[in-house]
Design a protein around this ligand. Structure first.
Ligand code: ZN
Length: 375
């Protein structure tokens, strides 16, 4: 199974929207006020229009009326692998399916919303997380920087590479307000961030970090990086091949990319079906397996690829909450219930731990962790 190396149609346009998706859905967007979110989205849309000319991605890619179902990676035909998905987090309207490439096996969401539809979706449904100084956010902030969290991460799994110690230059792609920058610095790295959201970048700069606000493809670094982190970013991309090529360009020879993303072969996908939290339609575009992620990395110039799985208790809890509380067209407010979330996390970690351990060993963990070296 090899990717043929050809770029998908309208790759340039896809990449532009990929950038929008990546940065729009990252948590940094969430804590903005409604007004700020509108402003950010407006800037994103404007940038897209400038870069794309007058051609909309919706027109060049696929729609429910003008279907062009081809693989984002190899351009081959797609078959339906999952139907009837709805947004179990925010209740955004619409029904989606997952398509699997007949050649390389990559799965992807279909159909993709247009830029205008995305703007509308974010404005209407994606701002309940914009709260600041709520009980949930206060508890989360206190926990994230606590010793308890380091212990918990040791036990539960490290989806953001927060326990990795080392030296050299590290770029945190989509660094948001800089939580990771502080942690990676404490682990020994010389850290920079990339964050297109100006307000989040400004927040991240306050402790003195260098934070770039350009698109990844436009980044001109003072020196190449030893490590680039893509923590739950790649699955949002409409052109993951180009994203990894861009990362490859900014790495020093022998540098590493660290990737985390949901595992499309997760046991939780089979348990929860349409309620699996990591479908996250329409915001998750690509659904990688260990095999498709490995192939993509090999095909974009990486070697010494290590892929393993973990199953974060939080993700189990969120799938349970989606299963029991999601209702089509409605926000799932229980996903922001700290007590329910904590209860289910503890249940998953300390009662279901034999299952989590076994499924991870079988390669069916919920989260893929990949480390690859620029060759
Ligand atoms: Zn393919």
């Amino acid at each position: 199974m090899q990717f043929d190396g050809s770029r998908p149609n309208a790759a340039c346009e896809q990449y532009v929207v990929c950038e929008i998706l990546i940065y729009a859905v990252k948590p940094s967007y969430l804590w903005q006020t409604k007004k700020d979110q509108d402003e950010i989205l407006g800037q994103m849309i404007d940038s897209t229009v400038k870069l794309q000319g007058s051609v909309s991605v919706h027109e060049t890619r696929n729609t429910s009326t003008g279907a062009q179902r081809t693989c984002l990676l190899c351009g081959s035909a797609l078959g339906v692998s999952q139907e009837g998905l709805v947004d179990t987090r925010f209740g955004t309207p619409g029904s989606y399916e997952i398509n699997r490439c007949v050649r390389c096996g990559l799965e992807q969401t279909f159909p993709l919303p247009s830029v205008a539809e995305l703007k509308s979706l974010y404005e209407a449904h994606y701002n309940f997380g914009g709260e600041r100084d709520t009980l949930y956010t206060r508890l989360r902030e206190r926990f994230l920087f606590s010793f308890l969290n380091r212990v918990w991460t040791q036990i539960d799994g490290d989806i953001s590479f927060y326990l990795c110690r080392g030296t050299g230059r590290l770029l945190d792609i989509g660094c948001n307000e800089g939580r990771g920058l502080r942690i990676y610095t404490g682990n020994g790295f010389q850290v920079e961030g990339l964050e297109i959201n100006e307000r989040a970048a400004a927040e991240a700069r306050k402790p003195g970090f260098s934070v770039h606000t350009c698109l990844l493809g436009d980044l001109v670094a003072a020196a190449p990086y030893d490590v680039a982190v893509l923590s739950n970013v790649l699955e949002h991309s409409l052109d993951p091949r180009q994203m990894l090529q861009d990362v490859h360009r900014i790495l020093v020879s022998g540098g590493q990319v660290w990737i985390s993303c949901p595992n499309s072969e997760s046991w939780l996908r089979r348990v929860f079906g349409r309620s699996w939290i990591n479908w996250h339609v329409p915001f998750h575009i690509s659904h990688f397996s260990a095999a498709t992620l490995r192939e993509l990395l090999e095909n974009t110039g990486y070697a010494q690829i290590e892929v393993r799985q973990i199953t974060p208790a939080l993700w189990v809890a969120q799938s349970l909450i989606a299963y029991f509380f999601a209702a089509k067209g409605k926000k799932n407010r229980q996903l922001r219930n700290p007590f329910l979330t904590l209860f289910l996390m503890l249940l998953a970690r300390f009662v279901l731990f034999p299952v989590l351990w076994l499924e991870n060993k079988r390669g069916r963990g919920d989260c893929l962790l990949a480390v690859a070296t620029k060759s």
